[in-house]
Design a protein around this ligand. Structure first.
Ligand SMILES: Nc1ncnc2c1ncn2[C@@H]1O[C@H](COP(=O)(O)OP(=O)(O)OP(=O)(O)O)[C@@H](O)[C@H]1O
Ligand SMILES: [Mg+2]
Length: 257
């Protein structure tokens, strides 16, 4: 890639200490992300969400994150403190989680939550923030933004909830969106809609997207449009399976309760 990478991950390791010793949830993961879409696929428990959380600075102690290189553009994430991460989250990198029920505040109108995110990042006045929120709701194809703005999380459908989350995550204009199983709680036709909207948003803003899923079919459908004529791409990275991982497996299963 000629363009500087948005995100560089080299030998990322995440360790959760436990009573039976260290549990190594992520072992030497490396990739680079440009203004492109990257799928991370793996079976349950393989460390996908842990990877996303590590990049966002959301691994709680005593969990440990180590890497030979972990860089967001020019920013070194390997020794960034919580204050530093807080400045990056939302503004430069955002993450959409599987179930909006856990990410949306149940007692604040959904539109207000998007508006508050805008105010937090841009220090905008109430009216500007509200208008920006309505515009984002419109951009994620919500037909009646004014109505939905005033609803609470429990009043919106799953697919709409995910679109609201996408709106909220993109309102501060991050360079990268990490989507962790963003549609697994939805039925198939709604999944396709939400993925298409996310794809459209990410492309039109020239962002990088990391789509995390245990569902290879879903990711391959999503990525099927690649490569495109005229797009330059790196060769696809190959999966490495270190035989040593298998030796550790019983301990891993033990720690997986
Ligand atoms: N806070 C934690 N403390 C200890 N172990 C953890 C913690 N969080 C995750 N793990 C373990 O790390 C491993 C990877 O978990 P992770 O949630 O990243 O998997 P995943 O690939 O996202 O799985 P899924 O497809 O089910 O979402 C699992 O074995 C899990 O039990
Ligand atoms: Mg997960």
């Amino acid at each position: 890639m000629t363009e500087a990478a948005l995100l560089t991950v080299r030998n990322l390791r995440v360790v959760y200490p436990g009573d039976d010793g260290d549990f190594r949830a992520v072992r030497n993961l490396s990739f680079k992300l440009g203004r492109e879409r990257l799928g991370i696929v793996g079976e349950s428990g393989s460390g996908k969400s842990t990877t996303g959380r590590a990049i966002m600075g959301l691994i709680a102690k005593p969990g440990r994150v180590e890497a030979d290189e972990l860089r967001l553009g020019d920013t070194d994430l390997t020794n960034l403190d919580e204050d530093g991460f807080r400045k990056l989250r939302g503004k430069r990198i955002a993450m959409v989680l599987q179930d909006p029920k856990y990410s949306l505040d149940p007692v604040m109108k959904v539109g207000k939550q998007i508006a508050e995110t805008h105010r937090h990042h841009f220090g905008s006045d109430a009216k500007t923030a509200r208008n920006a929120a309505l515009e984002m709701l419109h951009a994620v194809h919500i037909r009646n933004p004014e109505l939905v703005y005033n609803q609470y999380a429990h009043q919106v459908s799953g697919g709409m909830g995910q679109r609201i989350m996408i709106a909220m995550m993109l309102i501060a204009g991050p360079d990268i969106l990490i989507a962790d199983e963003p549609t697994s709680a939805l039925d198939v036709s709604v999944q396709a809609q939400v993925l298409a909207i996310m794809d459209e948003m990410v492309r039109s803003r020239g962002m990088g997207l990391i789509l995390i899923s245990h569902n290879l079919h879903l990711v391959s459908t999503f990525l099927a449009a690649l490569p495109q004529l005229g797009d330059k791409r790196d060769p696809l990275p190959q999966l490495q399976r270190d035989p040593a991982w298998l030796v550790d497996l019983p301990a891993a299963v033990g720690a997986d309760r």
